[in-house]
Design a protein around this ligand. Structure first.
Ligand SMILES: NC(=O)c1ccc[n+]([C@@H]2O[C@H](COP(=O)([O-])OP(=O)(O)OC[C@H]3O[C@@H](n4cnc5c(N)ncnc54)[C@H](O)[C@@H]3O)[C@@H](O)[C@H]2O)c1
Length: 430
């Protein structure tokens, strides 16, 4: 008989809400029984949504852990640089943990959390949602079946479209390492490094190199005559591809980020939004006015594996369409696909055929990148939570489950890749 898992949300923001919404869909499997967030507006919004009692709402983790343990697990959706300091006390209190990625922002933090989790014996799962999508799971299963032989090479890339790039990595919360402590490769692409290592699990990474730069942002690239705020004083407001007016008012993209300053004001009118973008909303500022602090908008990482296989990953911010591609070559065949198309092809060597190979196309039907609580990350968000609940119910971790130890390998690659990019070196992993 499965137990209903009771969870406390630490950091009651966008991501915690996405995960917590599984409790509304499957009330027999999960219940939100506590909330920890210093922001009173967020605390109250989530308290009402999940019908949590006032006495189980806390301003800080310190206050929360002073109470006797009253739930099974914590879902930690704080920002990147707070993950370790807000997770250690809850692990020490005996809670299991679903922790957002990146779980640490440097190697020292990463080792500290890994040691504490080991000592406490808690179950810790990291939010690598892509592993749970039909697309990546199907490819993983084909590799495990051995049908393409031993893996020689894996090439992956992530194209981050121009409006996502601007809202998150130029204007937004991840715009500067000084602000969020996570470079774009960690904040955005630790998922992709995780996918690479998950697919290549039969071997281990040995060395990494990386190149990257900022190609199109920063004050020195600001077009002549551009204003300070799109909707206040910019003559290019209707033609600029990054215009706040076009992206956030006309098409209402990225609501969860752009209207955070107006949270708690109830239903927002167009006038309130326009006024916010014209005055103090950071998303209303000229995209070129943000200091870049050494951040990149595109980066390539190459990895050498212990068995001689190689891997490459490119993150390219500023494309027209967001897209993740993968191409894996093995000694008996290859797999190639695009996540957003939910489609991949398997080619097997067949010397007796005219082409020299046979090919099968697999169309999984679902769109890979729908935004929303349930469909988020191609359904991966919900599947991850359900799998976490299963794990807490005593079932063994699934093939997709990213434990702390698993995730630590991909985090380490990112830290080394950043070192390699900044110093022009080749970094060894051991
Ligand atoms: N898995 C994914 O695909 C995915 C996608 C987007 C974001 N993320 C990650 O999820 C995390 C959260 O992102 P978000 O957009 O939901 O952020 P958010 O800003 O919406 O939420 C963070 C919340 O933490 C609260 N907070 C701040 N300090 C706190 C503290 N000391 N204790 C408790 N709560 C505190 C804030 O008030 C806020 O409500 C980030 O690490 C981000 O990188 C993961």
């Amino acid at each position: 008989m499965e137990k209903k898992i009771q969870v406390v949300l630490v950091g009651a923001g966008n991501r915690a809400n996405v995960y917590a919404s599984v409790s509304l869909e499957y009330p027999e499997k999960m219940q939100v029984v506590g909330i920890v967030d210093p922001d009173p507006v967020r605390r109250e919004l989530m308290r009402e949504r999940y019908e949590v009692s006032k006495e189980n709402c806390f301003e800080s983790v310190d206050a929360f852990v002073k109470r006797e343990k009253f739930a099974d697990a914590v879902i930690n959706g704080t920002m990147d640089h707070l993950h370790v300091e807000t997770s250690i006390p809850v692990l020490e209190k005996g809670y299991d943990l679903l922790l957002e990625k990146p779980f640490a922002v440097n190697e020292e933090e990463m080792n500290r959390l890994t040691e504490v989790a080991k000592k406490c014996g808690s179950k810790v799962v990291i939010g690598h949602v892509l592993r749970y999508t039909d697309f990546y799971r199907a490819i993983k299963d084909r590799i495990l079946s051995g049908e393409i032989g031993k893996l020689i090479s894996i090439e992956t890339c992530e194209h981050v479209n121009y409006h996502h790039m601007a809202v998150s990595y130029v204007r937004g919360k991840w715009r500067s390492e000084k602000l969020c402590f996570a470079p774009m490769l960690l904040a955005k692409s630790c998922h992709d490094m995780d996918i690479m290592l998950w697919m290549m699990k039969e071997t281990e990474p040995m060395a990494v190199a990386s190149f990257g730069a900022d190609f199109q942002f920063g004050p020195h690239r600001k077009p002549d005559g551009a204003g300070t705020r799109c909707m206040r004083d910019c003559p290019f407001v209707d033609e600029c591809i990054f215009s706040a007016k076009t992206n956030y008012l006309a098409t209402e993209r990225w609501l969860q980020y752009v209207w955070k300053p107006l949270e708690g004001y109830g239903e927002l009118t167009r006038e309130m939004k326009e006024n916010s973008l014209r005055t103090d909303n950071p998303y209303g500022k000229c995209v070129w006015d943000f200091e870049r602090d050494g951040n990149v908008d595109h980066q390539t990482v190459i990895v050498n594996f212990a068995n001689g296989a190689t891997g490459s990953f490119s993150m390219i911010g500023g494309s027209a369409k967001s897209e993740r591609n993968i191409h894996i070559v093995g000694t008996r065949g290859e797999i190639k696909g695009t996540f957003e198309d939910s489609r991949y092809v398997v080619r097997r060597m067949a010397p007796s055929t005219e082409a020299g190979y046979v090919e099968e196309v697999y169309d999984l039907g679902a769109k890979g990148d729908t935004i929303g609580a349930k469909g988020g990350h191609g359904g991966g968000d919900e599947m991850l939570v359900l799998d976490f609940l299963d794990y807490l119910n005593g079932n063994p971790p699934s093939v997709s489950c990213a434990t702390l130890e698993d995730s630590a390998i991909s985090h380490k690659i990112v830290f080394k890749a950043e070192k390699a990019r900044k110093s022009g070196s080749i970094e060894k992993l051991s």
